[in-house]
Design a protein around this ligand. Structure first.
Ligand SMILES: Cc1ncc(COP(=O)(O)O)c(C=O)c1O
Length: 399
């Protein structure tokens, strides 16, 4: 597709983002673009009625989309709708709406494309046994996006706007939420500098988008323990940089190390701090914990590590279960010596680590049904899936 600059009728300096439905035309290898707009933002309490009232002739009311739920991995699968909301620099977001899922049109000179002014979030919706749709701590994702937006000089949606947009997106894509126990609907909010810039400056216009895709396990190992390689050459983050926020710019720099590790048969890469090359930071898309002599430790976040919502939840659950949990500097020697190691994140949930390789030496850890990480996984997912009473008020019911 050729990107085409389009002037917004209300602003000569801004670039119009046009949301379009895509249908693939195999004969020419292009996407046919059809503008489709359906219904506008509603208060959360009227989400269902708004959806039912939508006069979308294409709307599909099947309970479930035609997906082989037993074969879900962590791959993108387009769903029916996405949410969008715009805002000029110095203004506030308003007037969000759902559109059919599709490509977006951006000026080649959009801030996000030239200077990386972009943030993303990730959270999951589960279908409970009673068929309720459950979100897990979405307001924490909203707050994290606000912190990131402040760091990148972008306006951000309010917590209520963010949660409302997520709820609308999940409800509109309800048939893509896997059956209980088969996976979840991964919801991906994006905040992008969409307005045009040439010299380095904040973009004059921003777009907040939310799309979703059904997912299963993140790692190809499924729920089996993973094997990590300590990365000694490159670093994910530096003090004073942006490692602590979820900017899109933190992820491409990780790919080289990750690809090289995968070629050698490892699941992922464990990054060390960039000053001493000695203290654990995190894996490319999740936080890390270790257990030694019954004490759980995780690296202290001090600007270079993303403050995972799963990390915070696991710390709280483990303390409730009577474990001492320390947030501290964790050296590579500490992890070598650990009894158990595990990773946490929305996508990976709680992933047990089978081995860590450092300077050519492989170190193995306890895994399996009796592992503390298994107990923590069960405790967390029982809350997320609505299998136990949520005494913490972490789950948000959409219906
Ligand atoms: C770099 C990084 N660290 C940690 C996490 C875990 O964060 P959360 O538990 O909020 O998903 C993620 C996932 O979003 C991540 O991308």
């Amino acid at each position: 597709m050729v990107a085409r600059p389009v002037l917004h009728p209300s602003s000569v300096v801004c670039t119009m983002i046009k949301f379009v439905r895509s249908s693939y035309m195999p004969q020419c290898g292009l996407f046919q673009l059809v503008s489709r707009s359906f219904f506008t933002s509603q208060p959360a309490s009227t989400l269902q009625s708004a959806y039912e009232a939508a006069s979308d002739s294409d709307r599909n009311d099947d309970e479930y989309a035609n997906v082989n739920w037993d074969e879900l991995g962590f791959r993108f699968m387009p769903t029916d709708y996405m949410y969008s909301m715009k805002c000029s620099l110095g203004d506030e977001f308003s007037q969000g709406k759902l559109n059919r899922y599709g490509n977006i049109e951006l000026s080649p000179s959009a801030g996000v494309l030239n200077y990386g002014q972009g943030l993303f979030e990730g959270l999951k919706a589960h279908r409970s046994k009673g068929c309720d749709l459950l979100l897990f701590r979405p307001e924490e994702n909203a707050r994290r996006m606000q912190i990131g937006a402040e760091r990148l000089c972008m306006p951000s949606p309010s917590v209520d706007q963010f949660v409302h947009a997520v709820k609308q997106t999940v409800l509109a894509n309800k048939r893509w939420v896997p059956p209980p126990g088969k996976g979840s609907l991964y919801v991906r909010p994006l905040l992008l500098g969409s307005g045009t810039v040439l010299g380095l400056a904040p973009a004059p216009e921003y777009v907040f988008l939310v799309y979703a895709a059904p997912v299963g396990n993140y790692f190809k190992e499924g729920l089996s323990p993973i094997n990590l390689l300590v990365e000694e050459e490159s670093h994910r983050a530096t003090p004073g940089g942006t490692g602590g926020v979820k900017t899109i710019a933190n992820y491409a720099p990780v790919l080289k190390a990750q690809i090289q590790a995968k070629k050698k048969g490892f699941t992922d890469v464990l990054f060390l701090d960039s000053v001493n090359n000695k203290y654990l930071e995190e894996v490319s898309s999740c936080n890390i914990f270790l257990l030694k002599d019954g004490v759980i430790s995780t690296p202290l976040t001090h600007g270079t590590i993303l403050e995972g919502i799963t990390r915070a939840s696991i710390i709280e659950i483990a303390r409730d279960l009577g474990y001492q949990v320390e947030e501290r500097l964790v050296s590579v020697e500490d992890v070598i010596d650990a009894d158990e190691v595990f990773c946490t994140g929305t996508a990976v949930v709680v992933a047990p680590v089978n081995s860590i390789t450092y300077k050519g030496q492989r170190y193995h850890y306890n895994v399996g049904a009796a592992a503390v990480s298994t107990m923590l996984y069960n405790s967390l997912t029982s809350i997320q899936m609505g299998l136990v009473e949520d005494k913490k008020g972490w789950t948000v019911h959409i219906e």
